[in-house]
Design a protein around this ligand. Structure first.
Ligand SMILES: Cc1ncc(COP(=O)(O)O)c(C=O)c1O
Length: 409
């Protein structure tokens, strides 16, 4: 894009933000399928390594296609936002091999032995396992708290100066619990504690966490950002650009979890349709939630767009739409859930979310299977809970498929 401030709507930014200049003037950013970049002279090589001359060296350190994808996500997460001085907000993104790699890069960069993470109790199963099985090996503990209730949070932070970061996931996987991002950030800032958020479910189209004071954002780009289910990927962003370019970039380089150019190309092209996809995903999700909430076989629907959901007001405050992922419990429990999933004709039986087709999964036996049953229950994940990532098919076709799969349960 020649004038990055020309676009007045994030949908236009999504279409144009990956169009970086390249030597051949290719319309789309090409895939730079190369492990290494050449130097004109020994001096140039030395200068690039010392950082006195910009330029690529080795694709684990940086590559034009991955740079373009990083800049695209930076543009979306910062669109329309200002920093404390009233200037356009800047952030630095690092493209990662997966959402897990983005998450691990963040916590392994920031934390040392003796530090503590305070995490929302409902989070992605892989993040939970990282907090409970990997970080303790380095003497880093995690305290879990239901952050839909902020009572006592300030006192906990005051009493425990070893808490260095609060981690949020909102909406949270798979119960769609919502956390008031702004309220958490205010309490955290008053206690000099950083805040990170997994923004995978929302994407920057629905929710821009930097607006509410968050320090770090990560995504599994595998989901709505790529949008087509064609690659595993992740991205980590921080608004402390200097820290991102130094300590965090160093950890990223040394852990080796960089995003690859082909997946970056797929991500760049997926992002172009982010706005139009999210609009359709979200309007379909409203129809599906309304259909399910009135169905005789359904005990409960977790969807932030329903007035009786505890996240209704908070999601309205911080999200453009309540999202396109929902979960529901069947009156018949686990057995009814299995029968329902097996009877589906069009919706896809698969984990993950954010692809064009509607995906249906069973968190207790799939994404959250590694959690102890008592931890799952604490996080609101009943044995019979079904999760749906609502796709962009015709809404009536989705509800017809649900209707026939629910009949007789
Ligand atoms: C909310 C959320 N965060 C992070 C991840 C991990 O992402 P990835 O599988 O790309 O490593 C997932 C994966 O399902 C997820 O749902």
């Amino acid at each position: 894009m020649s004038d990055k401030n020309f676009c007045k709507d994030i949908s236009s930014v999504a279409v144009h933000c990956g169009s970086q200049q390249n030597g051949e003037k290719a319309h789309l950013m090409p895939v730079y399928a190369t492990s290494v970049f050449t130097f004109d002279s020994a001096e140039q090589g030395m200068n690039r390594f010392s950082g006195t001359e910009p330029g690529y060296i080795y694709s684990r350190f940086g590559n034009p296609t991955t740079t373009a994808a990083q800049k695209a996500v930076e543009a979306l997460e910062c669109f329309g936002l200002k920093n404390e001085d009233g200037a356009d907000l800047q952030a630095k993104a690092l493209l990662c091999a997966s959402g897990q790699s983005a998450m691990a890069t963040l916590f392994l960069s920031l934390l040392s032995a003796g530090d503590v993470v305070l995490s929302n109790s409902t989070i992605y199963g892989g993040t939970f396992e990282f907090f409970t099985e990997i970080l303790p090996q380095y003497n880093i503990k995690t305290i879990f708290k239901d952050l839909s209730d902020l009572d006592g949070l300030g006192e906990i932070l005051k009493k425990s100066p070893e808490i260095k970061i609060i981690h949020l996931e909102t909406p949270a996987n798979p119960t769609m619990g919502c956390t008031d991002i702004e309220a958490v950030c205010k309490i955290a800032a008053a206690n000099a504690v950083k805040v990170s958020i997994d923004n995978t479910f929302a994407t920057p189209y629905l929710q821009q966490p930097f607006k509410f004071g968050v320090d770090f954002i990560f995504h599994s780009t595998t989901k709505f950002l790529n949008g087509h289910g064609t690659a595993i990927g992740g991205v980590l962003l921080g608004k402390d650009v200097a820290l991102m370019k130094t300590k965090i970039n160093k950890t990223h380089k040394l852990l080796g979890g960089h995003g690859n150019p082909f997946d970056a190309f797929l991500l760049l092209n997926g992002i172009k349709t982010l706005a139009i996809r999210m609009e359709k995903h979200c309007s379909n999700a409203v129809e599906v939630a309304n259909f399910l909430k009135d169905h005789a076989s359904v005990a409960k629907v977790n969807f932030n767009g329903l007035k009786d959901h505890p996240g209704y007001e908070i999601s309205k405050k911080q999200m453009r739409h309540p999202g396109a992922v929902l979960s529901f419990a069947l009156k018949g429990g686990l057995e009814a859930g299995k029968t329902f999933i097996n009877k589906l004709q069009m919706c896809t039986r698969a984990v993950s979310l954010g692809t064009l087709d509607t995906l249906v999964s069973h968190p207790a036996s799939m994404s959250h299977a590694k959690m102890k049953p008592e931890d799952r229950l604490k996080a609101g994940i009943a044995e019979g809970l079904i999760r749906m990532s609502v796709g962009i098919e015709d809404a009536d076709d989705i509800t017809r498929d649900l209707e026939q799969a629910l009949s007789g349960l």
